[in-house]
Ligand binder design. Sequence first.
Ligand code: COA
Length: 513
Amino acid sequence: MDTIEDLVAGLRAAHGAAAQGGGERLRARHAQRGKLFVRDRIEMILDPGTAFLELSPLAAHGLYDGEVPGAGIVTGIGLVHDQPCVIIANDATAKGGSFFAETVRKHLRAQEIAEEHGLPCLYLVDCGGAYLPEQDRVFPDRDHFGGTFWQQCRMSAMGLPQISVVFGGCTAGGAYIPALSDQVIMVEGTGRIHLGGPPIVKAAINEEVDGETLGGAAMHSRVSGTSDHLAPDEATALQKLRELVRHLGARRVDPPPRAPRAPDPAFGTPQDYAPVDLKRQVDMRALVRSMVDASELSEFKPEYGSSLITAFAHLHGYPVGILANDGALFTQSALKGAHFIELCDQRQIPLLFLQNITGFMVGSEAEREGIAKNSAKLVYAVANARVPKYTVLVGGSFGAGNYGMCGRGFRPRFLFSWPNARIATMSPDVAATVVTDLRRGSLKSDASEDEIAALDARTRAQFEAQSDPYYATARLWDDGIIEPDQTRDVLGLCLSLAAGAAGDTGPRPVYRM
Ligand code: COA
């Protein structure tokens, strides 16, 4: 079995490879055209020395023969003149920055985060529109390409600035990103916007026209007015973008209510506790302490429902209510969790879920105690809590435990995984038992023991592969895999984005469970 050090090294290697975009040949061509790489562009718009919280850098990992690293798009949150902004930037070295299903998902997810936190969106556009061979997975449905434009229009109407810089050829869907922006900057020579490129124009109306005449930056800045600023080169365009953000007059980050205090080094770091072998219990209390300010926890009901740790703490100075699994969830732990969530909701304290969960307890004793309805109370409390919620998969995330501990379906503001995490309806062992049992009982035909053994092996292999955190992050089931020792800083940044926002001040009852 890999150690956590091996897993972290593997994660760094995967991030490094994804950051290379479409590979050496395409990067060389990109550079020859005088274009900057997508991460260099982002670096140039951020305040110097500040962090960039990149989201889902391993989207599309292992898909499309590895030709679309990061799904051809870089998204994340960074500071521009002290203003947190969501940045959505195409990587033209990956299939011309065209959109695959995971690209759309990643783009939409970044917009969702911008809307939820009231942040401006900066689009660094270098995009060939829908990747045509995949058009049925990209174009027609609600949460496909059209959904990104719908979001852009709505966010603009909400007063969340939408600003684009156009670096490359933007056709069709790619053209709509700048066309629907509040303000547009175009780079002379390389930036193009056209609903149909020269070949489409030729086919449609038999007009022969070159790309620059049809949709070049000079034409759009001086004639059509689609662009508001003509920049002679990329560096100037990026500086112009910083200038536009400086004049937004939008909200800045609220400082933490309390001075942050580092965790007590005596507790080590989160990586020391990462549950790699999910069959072994780890010291979850120490794991939590290694992450929070001064390693201080104020536990709620420590003597009751002990398989769920519930505690008030601070993280980078921000108050937070933490729920962390320490074994399977029983009726008592579910009720305690629901009660704690109500307390945090009443006090407007954000919730942090640290998942390492096999599921809720099964068996006749658990059923007689009412685990079905009591676990549902936890799920209900999670769904209706109005405070910001954050989830980190620090170990296993199986079954309904995923729901009770605020899995993706329960809309946490952010959900991150550790490289040792596993996510599936159930573990490979349990799945193999269930599936072979079903086969034995099937009315279709009798299965030989050899067939059952083969089914057992197939099911195990399927569940092993699909519960892998890379499989999950490739499909945007999380916002990225992070290193255990980055968790405190990542969460601090996430909490800072929500701090100071007006909360829902309606009545918040606390029903004793
Ligand atoms: N659909 C399918 N493939 C696309 C694509 C799209 N929309 N846009 C780019 N590609 C592919 C190219 O075929 C090429 O693939 P390859 O590496 O396997 O040969 C790769 O992406 C890079 O494209 P290329 O044209 O070599 O890059 P470029 O930097 O010179 O030009 C674009 C980039 C986006 C300007 C140009 O590819 C283009 O105009 N694409 C088509 C745009 C279009 O008509 N979109 C309509 C979508 S609704």
